[in-house]
Design a binder for this molecule. Structure first.
Ligand SMILES: Nc1nc2c(ncn2[C@@H]2O[C@H](COP(=O)(O)OP(=O)(O)O)[C@@H](O)[C@H]2O)c(=O)[nH]1
Ligand SMILES: Nc1ncnc2c1ncn2[C@@H]1O[C@H](COP(=O)(O)OP(=O)(O)O)[C@@H](O)[C@H]1O
Length: 226
């Protein structure tokens, strides 16, 4: 369940799951793409969990990269074979996280980024609380949220209206998250998300070798001090 710290330090640690959730248009996809881009420039990498969804692909999306786009029948088959770590119906479509790649990554000490809603977050927290860090992203104002959805220009106006009205229910789940980011300035939000990730990587519970490391340090100190 561990590997060398990717930053080259001597401590081994378990991988973690970083969840980003938000009402549509708050900016979680932008934050996660930025985080993934930056991370992958270094060894200190985090990988996106690619969800399966029955939603229609947006023009900017690539099948297999941003989502695996599947039919309802394919989705239901995965769900019924317990191939999904969590799943939910959101804005009238199914979304789910394939289980196997996540389990493999964590076992290898790698971190995984989830862009999932509050229903999925709840399921992951129930199953894997110790490995999971949940971050909720909010828009600064409702008017800005609408403006972002309109500027994104990838959804029809009825889809945008549905997403805005669903936001009222979604934001009631803020207490179920470990951290909250109000995404006013994108660069600042990305910096905060990175800070959360870096701090969580240092949590003592994830450092599986720590007792051995401390014991070795103590032996060296004893030798140094005679
Ligand atoms: N539970 C769950 N939610 C997901 C998953 N993938 C995406 N979502 C959520 O589904 C919602 C809609 O996502 P999407 O259609 O990409 O629209 P967007 O939020 O406007 O970018 C968002 O809240 C996502 O976080 C998943 O695998 N599981
Ligand atoms: N801090 C920000 N300031 C201004 N525009 C933003 C900011 N964050 C994201 N956006 C823009 O808002 C739109 C919605 O962002 P997106 O990341 O797709 O949101 P979500 O994934 O939460 O639905 C996109 O066009 C994106 O470029």
């Amino acid at each position: 369940m561990s590997s060398e710290m990717p930053d080259g330090g001597p401590l081994k640690r378990r991988g973690l799951i970083l969840i980003l959730s938000s009402p549509s248009g708050a900016g979680k996809t932008s934050i996660s793409r930025s985080l993934l881009g930056e991370e992958n420039k270094s060894d200190n990498s985090i990988h996106l969990s690619v969800s399966v969804t029955t939603r229609k692909r947006r023009p900017s999306e690539v099948d297999g990269v941003h989502y695996n786009f599947v039919s309802t029948r394919q989705f239901e088959s995965m769900r019924d074979h317990d191939d999904l770590l969590e799943w939910a119906e959101v804005h009238g479509n199914y979304y789910g996280t394939p289980r196997e790649p996540v389990e493999a990554a964590l076992q290898a000490g790698k971190d995984v980024l989830f862009d999932i809603d509050w229903q999925g977050t709840r399921q992951v927290l129930e199953k894997m609380r110790a490995d999971t860090v949940a971050v909720f992203v909010l828009p600064p104002t409702a008017a800005e949220q609408r403006a972002r959805l309109e500027r994104r220009a990838e959804d029809d106006s009825d889809v945008i209206a549905r997403r805005l009205s669903n936001a009222r229910d979604e934001i009631t789940h803020w207490t179920e998250y470990d951290y909250v980011l109000v995404n006013t300035d994108l660069d600042e939000s990305v910096a905060k998300a990175r800070a959360i990730l870096n701090a969580e990587r240092c949590r003592r519970e994830r450092l599986v070798d720590l007792p051995d490391f401390i014991a070795a340090l103590d032996r060296d100190l004893a030798a140094e001090t005679g």
